[in-house]
Design a protein around this ligand. Structure first.
Ligand SMILES: Nc1ncnc2c1ncn2[C@@H]1O[C@H](COP(=O)(O)OP(=O)(O)OP(=O)(O)O)[C@@H](O)[C@H]1O
Ligand SMILES: [Mg+2]
Length: 330
């Protein structure tokens, strides 16, 4: 996979919110690449910086947020060097996004069809109306929505249907990259599951890369092939999803804590334990490893020295104790 040209390259990205109390460092020195057709999951507790990172990648940060360091390249182009006009053309055609609230993404006073056609025609002005309508039908088929709903207004659709329409619009122009930030969190569990299946199905049929953000570890591990785990603005681990459970003791203590916090319905004998304590103050991170105050494996080095990401087989983990924690339990 590494030999291919990446679709997305994030390099030493740091994002702060400028506040009266100082800079809140919401994303700290994050680097990774996403390859063609790859689905990468990004997980972490609330406030760990997932959405801030997504908005930074999409060049959609607002208000007090600033990229203070690093670069974001999509299809080799530094998106912060594009002119507003170039960015407008690039967005939707080459990358797009699906956020949690479909209601906010859709225009309440336009029919679904008008919105799909609008997106198509604003980027492909040469398309005739008929061609755009045909494409809208194709997209309906892809997200499994009965075409008669094209004439509906967003409020006439269920939450799950609205989110399917948002997904249809996101892939309308065949982008190489779609960033999905908690796309199913607002939906009930049954609808959530059917949309997840659909995302996987569509991705296999039309091929694009996905950065899939969630705080639901089990959801992400089913969809993604690689998972990045974020804590206090930093990626503390990159891991494969399929081998997670086998060698949990070989993961970051935070990853282990998140994993153990998932109720394991299949095995009621496993003790469900969360992670004690709460996320740190991003204005003033603990010295050394920012997870150490909550970590059951901590030792002196953890508060003295910040661990770097190190490679262990197919994983990368930033922890001083990955290897010696293996004998510690299980
Ligand atoms: N407007 C703001 N001003 C100051 N700090 C902010 C602002 N917005 C977010 N933050 C800080 O940035 C951090 C990251 O927020 P972000 O929304 O990116 O987290 P997240 O991982 O997406 O959380 P969630 O799972 O709840 O969506 C938060 O801890 C918060 O303290
Ligand atoms: Mg978020």
């Amino acid at each position: 996979m590494e030999r291919q040209t990446p679709i997305l390259e994030v390099d030493h990205l740091t994002v702060v919110y400028e506040t009266a109390k100082g800079d809140v460092i919401a994303v700290r020195d994050v680097s990774f690449s996403l390859y063609p057709n790859e689905i990468m999951g990004l997980i972490g507790e609330s406030g760990s910086g997932k959405s801030t990172m997504a908005y930074a990648i999409l060049r959609m940060l607002k208000g007090a947020a600033r990229v203070v360091h690093g670069t974001v390249r999509i299809l080799g182009k530094d998106i912060y060097l594009l002119s507003p006009e170039e960015l407008r053309k690039f967005r939707w055609s080459h990358f797009s996004m699906v956020f949690q609230s479909a209601m906010n993404a859709l225009n309440p006073v336009m029919t679904v069809e008008a919105q799909v056609i609008d997106t198509l025609k604003s980027h492909r002005p040469h398309l005739t109306r008929l061609e755009a309508k045909e494409r809208a039908l194709e997209l309906c088929e892809l997200v499994r929505i009965d075409p008669r709903y094209l004439k509906s207004y967003p409020h006439e659709l269920s939450g799950g249907m609205r989110q399917r329409i948002v997904i249809a619009i996101a892939i309308a122009l065949e982008p190489s990259l779609v960033i999905m930030d908690e796309p199913t969190t607002a939906l009930d569990v049954v609808v959530q599951r059917s949309i997840m299946d659909q995302i996987r199905d569509i991705q296999m049929r039309v091929h694009f890369s996905i950065l899939f953000i969630s705080h639901d570890f089990s959801l992400v591990s089913e969809l993604a092939t690689r998972i990045a785990i974020m804590y206090a603005g930093q990626i503390v681990e990159f891991t494969d999803s399929h081998s997670l459970e086998d060698r949990m003791s070989l993961h970051h203590p935070y990853t282990e804590g998140l994993w153990n916090a998932i109720p394991k319905l299949a095995n009621r004998n496993i003790v469900i334990e969360g992670i004690p304590g709460g996320p740190p103050n991003l204005l003033k991170l603990p010295e050394g490893c920012s997870f150490h105050p909550r970590c059951r494996y901590k030792s002196e080095i953890c508060s003295a020295q910040t661990p770097e990401l190190k490679t262990y087989g197919t994983y990368e983990i930033a922890c001083h104790h990955v290897l010696d924690k293996e004998g510690h339990h299980d």
